[in-house]
Design a protein. Sequence first.
Length: 214
Amino acid sequence: TGLSRPQRILKAVQKNAKKGDPQSVIAAIDHYCRHKEWAMNVGDDKGLILDSVVMEVNPSSALELGTYCGYSTVRIARLLPAGSTLITVEFNPHCAVIARQIIAYAGLQDKVKLMEGPSGDLIPKIKEQFGITSFDFVFLDHWKDRYVPDTKLLEECGLLRKGSVLLADNVICPGAPEYLEYVRNNPRYETRYFPSNLEYTKVEDGLEKSVFLG
Ligand SMILES: O=C(NCCCCc1cc2ccncc2s1)c1cc(-c2ccc(F)cc2)cc(O)c1O
Ligand SMILES: [Mg+2]
């Protein structure tokens, strides 16, 4: 049956990117997914918004829900200060295998911890497993109907502190209506929508940035 889409993305990175150069890994994936075959990376347009929020927060501890091939993992980790950690959670073992290789190709394996499994099971284990008290930054990019339960779980596990920043992908397409409802009508969040477009298309999508007020 030939290679999977994640395997074809990895091949494009190995062919067109320079080892240890995260920017070239990002460019290789964007070029492949724009000109050869679409894939559900956050992409270059929304990626610029992701970059600016990560740079503004300058997180020591970051969490990503939904790794896929590691594109946004590389985007985030390349901007993290030395000594900081990005934990990324992926449900699909095949994607995890590819993502580990793409993260390593970019030379960012020392900043990234990839956890395989369902976010609902793994979030409660993060404190004890990694000695993390709270996250400065969370990127939500997994199943859209998990955004609300996992945000509540992060609150309940004491993994958010006053000022923690949540950034959610796909709030328009495929859409996360319950999540928008949750953060926009919740006095414990200061929330703002950043309009953009669905990766590699002209379809409207955007990111919702929400600051936890404690
Ligand atoms: O589903 C998407 N992303 C989640 C993949 C699921 C990965 C995980 C699920 C899970 C559960 C529990 N714990 C850990 C995890 S990790 C997604 C889909 C589209 C899209 C847009 C238009 C289309 F026509 C078709 C797809 C665009 C995007 O940017 C996406 O992020
Ligand atoms: Mg997404």
